[in-house]
Design a protein around this ligand. Structure first.
Ligand code: ADP
Ligand code: MG
Length: 360
């Protein structure tokens, strides 16, 4: 089994640098998700690991060996793409066995590998069908099967579920989690969908503009984002960001005033990197961290309310302030136009400086 090590890995297309020095350790058998907005470099980084894209600078190790110049077929990896172009004139069985046939593997060995992959993916009854006789989810399972028969040490997935409808995406997400349990291999999975990242990953790598913004477990990133970007990217609905001004910062704590919300004061613990008095800051509070108790209060009016059954989301503001999203557990009878005192405990709020870095 193989772990990976990336050291100052860079990629430039001509004079444009798109991967700007990535350092990352991936443990053997770990499920790692690269997540970030479109264009941030996720696919490029994955393709460099696969060997489909040359590495412009830095070092890539897989299983303790430097792989920068090793042929893709010799890296012990297999990749599954978003568009899983199956061969239309081949059956499921032939599609899954093709790479092995191409590599000159003996017929009965191919049959054994393909049957094993079919068992894992529950494709048994579909083996003699052609791709056009399969649903989107079944085709994606065949594409994964093609990768499994090669027994890679590392699976690379690039947005494998993006072409599927919402219900099937959830179903396939669970299948992929199950697959990881059964195969016990290293998986690197690229997605722009933070829910996929949260539900699948042992470790999430948040990429922004060719650089790592933060690495951590899903709940690390949710509870302890290092910066505004990660705070805003992880979690749904999004964390609220309120404009604040530092009123006082000393050994007793950092007191922030919220000018748009009746100058409500919120005190944070003392911080080594606390901005000076008068500095503008951002207070972050998640919709689900409002409650009926708590010493801080935002006096809001509800613009819009969404009732989802189990919970409700109020979109509310104070005068001309930005909209604040508030999750209500007992909100069935709440209506648009009503006043809402959204309270929170200051310990559940996060503080960011003017550069968007966490103050703590
Ligand atoms: P993501 O997968 O996160 O959406 P990509 O890795 O595909 O992003 O792309 C990252 C950046 O690199 C983008 O700005 C993209 O336009 C650029 N890029 C990707 N491939 C090439 C290429 N072959 N030539 C030039 N620029 C490229
Ligand atoms: Mg991509």
């Amino acid at each position: 089994m193989s772990g990976l090590k990336l050291r100052n890995v860079r990629k430039a297309f001509g004079s444009i640098e798109v991967i700007k020095g990535v350092d990352l350790d991936i443990e053997s058998k770990e499920f790692v998700v690269f997540v970030g907005p479109s264009g941030c470099g996720k696919s490029t980084l994955l393709r460099m690991i696969a060997g489909l894209e040359e590495i412009s600078g830095g070092d890539l190790e897989i299983g303790g060996k430097r792989m920068n110049d090793v042929d893709p077929s010799k890296r012990g990896i297999a990749m599954v793409f978003q568009s899983y172009a199956l061969y239309p004139h081949m059956t499921v069985r032939e599609n899954m066995g093709f790479a092995l046939k191409f590599a000159g593997v003996a017929k009965d060995e191919i049959a054994r590998q393909v049957d094993e992959a079919a068992r894992i993916l529950e494709l048994g009854p579909l083996m003699d069908r052609f791709p056009k006789q399969l649903s989107g989810g079944q085709r994606q399972r065949v594409a994964i099967g093609r990768a499994i028969v090669r027994h890679p040490e590392v699976f690379l997935f690039d947005e494998p579920l993006s072409n599927l409808d919402a219900e099937l995406r959830v179903h396939m997400r669970i299948e992929i989690a199950r697959l990881h349990k059964e195969l016990q291999t290293t998986i690197i999975y690229v997605t722009h969908d933070q829910v996929e990242a949260m539900t699948l990953a042992d470790k999430i790598v948040v990429l922004r503009d060719g650089k790592i913004s933060q690495v951590g477990s899903p709940l690390d990133l949710y509870d302890n984002p290092d910066n505004l970007f990660v705070a805003g990217f992880i979690g749904s609905p999004k964390m609220n960001f309120l404009n604040g001004v530092v009123d006082n910062a000393d050994a007793s704590g950092v007191t922030v005033r919220l000018p748009d919300y009746d100058n409500q004061a919120v005190t944070f613990p003392a911080a080594s990197n606390a901005p000076a008095k008068g500095a503008t800051v951002t207070l972050g509070i998640r919709p689900e961290h409002f409650s009926e108790t708590g010493s801080a209060k935002l006096s809001l009016n509800i613009d819009i309310i969404e009732h989802l059954g189990g919970e409700s989301f109020a979109y509310a503001r104070a005068g001309v302030s930005d909209v604040v999203t508030v999750a209500l557990r007992n909100g069935r009878d709440v209506k648009a136009g009503q006043a809402l005192d959204a309270r929170f405990d200051p310990s559940s709020a996060l503080l960011f400086n003017a550069e968007g870095q966490r103050v703590r």
